[in-house]
Design a protein around this ligand. Sequence first.
Ligand SMILES: [Zn+2]
Length: 145
Amino acid sequence: MKLEFEIVPDGCWYSNLRSALKKSDWDKIRFDAYKRAEGKCMICGAPAKRLEAHERWSYDERLGIQKLEDVIAVCHDCHCVIHIGRTQLMGDEDRAISHFMKVNNCSYADYRKALGEANMVHRRRNLVPEWATDLSWLARMKIKV
Ligand SMILES: [Zn+2]
């Protein structure tokens, strides 16, 4: 699926990269993402006046390593789907559901199934007692932490 849920494990540090970086470094990262996006959401491709920066992490459950893979620019609707837990709390799930179905060209049943799987992965990752963080991606952006 083009657009997927990305639920950050509870114990993860740097789950919010921007608060861990100097503002100027975070700006450099997000403006680079906006430039690469050329005015379009990097997931659904919709033209967007305002894009939002989204951190992509991978999780190695065996080694307990969360690794920053990329920072991409996405539209607000895609961002709401990605962080579905927060969106549900804000009472905005209906809008996220229709966006998910449109972008992935799928049914509501597919949405429920994908959400169930994402929640299962989330619970499994929460069993990792401690996550180490790999921020080597930042070196490519010439940013030190
Ligand atoms: Zn989008």
